[in-house]
Design a protein around this ligand. Structure first.
Ligand code: SF4
Length: 215
């Protein structure tokens, strides 16, 4: 990537992250997240990974490093980037639920968490339980992911989990998938992986031959 292109990518990513940080499209979610989950990794990625939303695996740096090393070794690449379909980690929380009941939908925008993950409602560390995002939350957040792909233009994208596969493939106009673990659209090679909780190294054997054939 040329210096000018890299500078332009950095500028556009920072601009997008600024909009994500201020986003209130899913008010209950964004209240309980001090900072939304941004993409991380090299800005000229050979492999771009998409997870559904932040969870105990993706927040575990050891787990992420192992996955990155696995991909580097198996696919013989150096530059990897990962990001999320939904940026504000969805959580089930009784304290927020009760507040919503009292305030008729919790319509004012104030963060309920500080940077140390302390909840203002309970004066204690957040005990919200990570849950799956709703379809509406996915649809609201999806434009950020598509914008990120357009900025970074990765040649290979690994989609983790059925919902990520479903929403991204349809966004690219692919409505029916065959039995293969990969598909190609707009010069991007997409790989269908299990969700990160059940992803297994043996899945790489299915990707690898195709990956090497399109290098
Ligand atoms: S999940 Fe995405 S769309 Fe919803 S508030 Fe957070 S950044 Fe905005």
């Amino acid at each position: 990537m040329s210096f000018d292109n890299r500078e332009e990518s950095i500028r556009r990513i920072i601009d997008m992250e600024d909009r994500i940080a201020k986003c209130q499209r899913c008010l209950p979610l964004s209240k309980c997240v001090y900072k939304p989950s941004f993409g991380k990794g090299e800005l000229d990625p050979e492999v771009f990974m998409v997870f559904e939303s932040d969870n105990k695996n993706t927040k575990d740096s050891k787990w992420l490093i192992n996955l990155r090393n696995l991909i580097k070794n198996e696919l013989n690449v150096d530059n990897i980037y990962h990001t999320f379909l939904v940026r504000c980690e969805p959580k089930a929380c009784t304290a927020r639920h009760n507040l919503n009941n009292l305030t008729d939908g919790c319509s004012t925008y104030n963060k309920l968490l500080n940077k140390d993950n302390i909840c203002f409602l309970k004066s204690n560390i957040c005990s919200g339980i990570t849950v799956k995002p709703s379809n509406e939350e996915i649809i609201r957040c999806l434009p950020f992911l598509l914008e990120e792909m357009e900025i970074l233009k990765p040649p290979h994208i690994i989609l983790f989990g059925e919902r990520v596969i479903d929403y991204v493939s349809k966004s690219f106009g692919v409505y029916e998938l065959d039995n293969h673990s990969y598909f190609q659209k707009k010069n991007i090679n997409f790989y269908r992986a299990s969700s990160e909780e059940s992803f297994d190294i043996s899945e790489f054997t299915q990707f690898k031959t195709y990956f090497q054939s399109v290098l």
